[in-house]
Design a binder for this molecule. Structure first.
Ligand code: G3P
Length: 218
């Protein structure tokens, strides 16, 4: 499973990139607004830290303006994935950009039917929002399994399932069990994956015993 981080915080991105485990970055207009930074230079800076896909979202909703914005975004770097909303105009932009070899991340997916459309439009990534479905008392993870099942039936679809709106480590683990290709989560949830109380307890025991042995490796 590829790990993307859903943030525009440069320090967080640098820190996670230094682990060698980070495969890409996703942003959205809310994340950009929260950063307080200017959008285009910020995306450029992220592309210089991470060599994998960096999602940058259009801010318009009509076809012509989205298309123009996409031209600006894809010129930032070859590994920018232009993010478009799952609307008829968004998918029209997706099809054109994908045909021209640009990665497109189709966002705000809440149904398997929408994911089918995105695959047909040539999306590099479909972003189903599991947390927001959970928030309204649906099983967000059921959507992931439905989409994967549908895509498996059509090996000519190149679209990767990018599990988004992740709220906790179980969203990542369950999606990985299903074979989802990518997940994007806040930095804090990625860090939670490291943690287990038995790891802490075991390490404390090993260190105490080593101390008693009086030895040193270096
Ligand atoms: O960036 C898309 C998605 O990950 C947003 O998540 O937490 O705003 O539902 P959230």
């Amino acid at each position: 499973m590829k790990f993307f981080v859903d943030t525009a915080d440069i320090n967080e991105i640098k820190d996670l990139a230094s682990t060698g485990l980070l495969d890409g970055v996703t942003t959205n207009p809310s994340i950009i607004a929260k950063s307080g930074r200017e959008f285009l230079p910020l995306i450029k800076e992220i592309t210089e830290i991470v060599s994998g896909p960096v999602s940058a979202e259009v801010a318009a909703t009509d076809y012509y303006t989205m298309r123009k914005e996409a031209e600006v975004l894809r010129k930032i770097a070859d590994h920018v994935a232009v993010k478009v909303p799952l609307t008829p105009d968004g998918l029209k932009v997706c099809k054109e950009l994908s045909d021209e070899g640009t990665m497109v991340n189709v966002t705000l997916c809440f149904s398997a039917g929408q994911a089918l459309l995105a695959a047909k439009a040539g999306a590099a990534f479909i972003s189903p929002f599991v947390g927001r479905l959970d928030d309204i008392s649906y099983q967000g993870l059921d959507l992931i399994s439905d989409i994967l099942r549908i895509y498996e039936n059509y090996p000519d679809y190149d679209t990767e399932v990018l599990v988004a709106s992740i709220r906790n480590p179980m969203h990542i683990i369950e999606s990985a069990k299903m074979g989802a290709h990518v997940m994007t989560s806040p930095p804090s949830v990625i860090r939670q994956l490291y943690n287990h109380p038995l790891t802490d307890k075991g390490l404390a025991g090993f260190m105490a015993d080593w101390e008693k042995s009086g030895q040193s490796i270096l």
